[in-house]
Design a protein around this ligand. Structure first.
Ligand code: ATP
Ligand code: MG
Length: 260
């Protein structure tokens, strides 16, 4: 029994962090310079009664983070791309943002500074990919992997989420389950469910464009450090961002019409 609990089961999902394992009801992840800030944030969320994120258990003897394992599945499935699931994801993101209220918005201690030129409003998750959302019974119930969290605006985090889930991407680069969705209608659905005010809806696509430019530059720089970032870049990450930006240029007016 004890041997089973201590077995390390590799968890795969994302591209960046190697060595994420499950041990019993916990997950062990390598730590980084932002780990103290991330743990303080997760403790703040717990104290605020937010149940949609792992809890911090501590650090292990190997210097790895110990977090609670959140049961469920990650990655795209038929049920996770439904309109209902998208609306629930918007509500989850809203609840998460609201729960960060009161957490210091100091720029220190995070993996990079704010992504928006406007003053930070929340600690954004900033990486709400399908691999970083846990689903149970067809509903998104938790967000994991706070490695890119940082002070930013609500809208920036919304744009990042929509990049993956609307999605804001050239159909050529989309997962087959996302290929024929009505992106404009999904932008609106997400904004309605989150409660995005009209001034932010008007700025959404403009910020998506800024995000594409910044992601391209940041990823190109990170690729020079080697490792998994270099692999992602070599695998065409930069070209996918460029195609997404070009696709947005072509469809911007039509998408914008859903937001005003
Ligand atoms: N606390 C957790 N509860 C349940 N599953 C988890 C948890 N943490 C990680 N996982 C699983 O392990 C996978 C990888 O973990 P994580 O997202 O933390 O690292 P990563 O994806 O490799 O990093 P990145 O997203 O930066 O590339 C996730 O997609 C998820 O399936
Ligand atoms: Mg991940």
């Amino acid at each position: 029994m004890v041997a089973t609990l201590l077995r390390e089961i590799p968890l795969q999902g994302g591209d960046v962090t190697d060595g994420v394992v499950r041990v019993g009801d916990t997950v062990r992840r390598p730590s980084s310079t932002s780990t103290p800030s991330v743990h303080a944030l997760l403790r703040h969320l717990e104290a605020a009664g937010f149940d949609g994120a792992p809890r911090v258990v501590g650090m292990d003897g190997a210097g790895r983070q110990i977090l609670t394992y959140v049961p469920g599945t990650t990655g795209l499935r038929l049920e996770s791309v439904s309109d209902g699931a998208l609306a629930e994801l918007a509500v989850l993101l809203r609840r998460y943002h609201d729960a960060t209220a009161g957490f210091p918005l100091s720029a220190k201690g995070w993996e990079g500074g704010s992504n928006d030129d406007k003053s930070p409003e929340v600690i954004g998750h900033c990486d709400l990919t399908p691999e970083n959302v846990i689903f149970r019974n067809g509903s998104p119930v938790a967000v994991i992997d706070f490695d890119l969290a940082r002070p930013t605006t609500r809208l920036f985090d919304i744009v990042t989420t929509l990049r993956h889930w609307a999605p804001l991407a050239d159909p050529l680069d989309r997962h087959p389950l996302l290929r024929s969705l009505d992106v404009g209608a999904r932008l609106r659905l997400f904004c309605d469910a989150y409660g995005v005010p009209s001034r932010d809806r008007r700025r959404l696509l403009e910020l998506a464009r800024v995000r594409f430019q910044r992601s391209y530059t940041v990823m190109r720089t990170r690729a020079t450090t080697g490792g998994n970032w270099a692999k992602m870049w070599a695998g065409g990450a930069g070209e996918r961002i460029r195609r997404a930006a070009a696709w947005l240029d072509v469809h911007e007016d039509e998408l914008h019409a859903h937001l005003v």
